[in-house]
Write a protein that binds this ligand. Structure first.
Ligand code: PEP
Length: 250
């Protein structure tokens, strides 16, 4: 049985005080939730302050990126150890915005994934096709390549723990969601590819859907057998709408 995970990716939004206000509000809205794992991923600057609000409770903390070295002359980067030290248990890796604007390749995604595990963080590895790739019928090929290269070389424990997020690039921040059927097709395929790599782990890992997830479309997505949660951008920025997503089954 895979426990659903609802993850909010705040991207480059919210000052420290805004992040604290959000977290206080969310805490009381989801205090009664235990059947869904709740995760928020603020900007680096707010991690510690948010952690002070959530520690000991049912909301977990994640970062949006990391660098694979633990320390050294890498100006502007943040290490896995530092992220763990700020109270995070998760980290997003290979978000399409990082791939598109910051040159993140599958090779870098793989290094970051392994570095996250070495620091005791759970990586959420993002994959997804562009509109052009979908129109050329290349969706499944893209997903296969990103999974095979980005998730290569995990040990048995890591292969059971990693989270994959399928985020069609054409659906991110556009208001266009993949239909539950389109999403299920790719999630099912992703699990099949993963099972070729890590046979016994494929049924254990959670595969999140991301791309214009909103309170009014989450429950039909979550009814699909291979969709185990959401990675949510825009709708995670307001505590009310994120709490509704967390409580999608109520
Ligand atoms: C995201 O940031 O990963 C995302 C899916 O954004 P949105 O929900 O706004 O489409």
């Amino acid at each position: 049985m895979r426990k659903p995970l609802m993850a909010g990716n705040w991207k480059m939004n919210k000052t420290i005080s805004e992040a604290i206000d959000f977290t206080k509000a969310l805490k009381s809205l989801v205090a009664d939730v235990s059947d869904v794992e709740i995760l928020i991923c603020p900007a680096f600057t707010s991690l510690s302050a948010v952690y002070n609000e959530i520690k000991g409770g049912n909301i977990k903390l994640g970062a949006q990126n990391l660098f694979w070295e633990n320390k050294g002359a890498f100006t502007g980067e943040v290490s896995p150890v530092m992220i763990k030290d700020s109270g995070c248990s998760y980290v997003l890796i290979g978000h399409s915005e990082r791939r598109q604007y910051f040159g993140e390749t599958d090779e870098k995604v793989n290094k970051k994934t392994k570095a996250a595990f070495s620091a005791g963080l759970i990586p959420i590895v993002c994959v997804g096709e562009t509109l052009d790739e979908r129109e050329k019928n290349e969706t499944l090929k893209v997903i296969e390549t990103q999974i095979k290269n980005g998730l290569a070389g995990l040990d048995a424990e890591q292969s059971r723990t990693v989270v994959i997020a399928y985020e069609p690039v054409w659906a991110i921040g556009t208001g266009k969601t993949a239909t539950p059927e389109q999403a299920q097709e790719v999630h099912n395929f992703a699990r099949k590819i993963y099972s070729q790599m890590y046979k016994d782990s494929a049924e254990k890992i959670r595969i999140l859907y991301g791309g214009s997830v909103k309170p009014d479309n989450i429950s039909t997505l979550m009814q699909k057998p291979d969709i185990d949660g959401g990675l949510v951008g825009g709708a995670s920025l307001e505590s009310d709408s994120f709490a509704k997503l967390v409580k999608y089954s109520k």
